[in-house]
Design a protein around this ligand. Sequence first.
Ligand SMILES: C[S@@+](CC[C@H](N)C(=O)[O-])C[C@H]1O[C@@H](n2cnc3c(N)ncnc32)[C@H](O)[C@@H]1O
Length: 216
Amino acid sequence: MVPDPSQPPLPPGATAAAGFWEARYRARDTGWDIAQAAPPIVEWFSGPDAPPPGQRVLVPGAGRGHDALFLAQRGDRVVAVDFAASALAAIRRRRRALGLAPDRCRTLRADVLRLGERFAGQFDLLVEYTCYCAIDPGDRDAYAAMAAKVLRPGGLLVGLFFPFRTGTPGPPFPVSGPEIRERFAAAFEVETWITPTSSIERRQGEERLVVFRRRG
Ligand SMILES: C[S@@+](CC[C@H](N)C(=O)[O-])C[C@H]1O[C@@H](n2cnc3c(N)ncnc32)[C@H](O)[C@@H]1O
């Protein structure tokens, strides 16, 4: 997902197609995959503000599940959602290798924008990393609505938002502070907003660790 200026922008809506992502996994063309849980997420969950293990966690656009499996290992009950079957298969393989029971990290093949009704109020946490920047920006309101719907009142959206930059085509589609604050303001209060220093080197300065609390 490192932008390649020699590539023409994708046609509108291309990234909304499950086939686009599945093809990338099959071709192992997955430059976004950092092969580990994102360090700022690990750091936040090791800190004083993190809720105790045992949370019901949704990880949308989980990819190969590095963050989802980190949370499952922490002791949470995770649902990892993606619409790329190959990504979910990778999660299940890794889950087995880690000796985790399936219910510690369930995999669900679904469109993250359509989870609201099915999971209304069922999660304590939603952990976001590089799903928001992967969906078409025109779908971001639907993403925020989904997050508001699936979280119980008082639940947390822990998001490592990326990439804070301008002028590049997507994916990853650039994000900005005002855009994120405005979009989530109706249903969430900001609890934390920091520029982490633990981002991997090539994403230094381009990420913000944001914790939103779902209003009651
Ligand atoms: C850039 S990748 C990030 C994957 C993972 N979060 C990571 O950091 O490695 C975006 C992921 O979101 C998934 N995705 C994008 N739009 C989606 C949607 N509408 N519903 C479900 N999955 C989606 C893609 O299949 C892909 O696995």
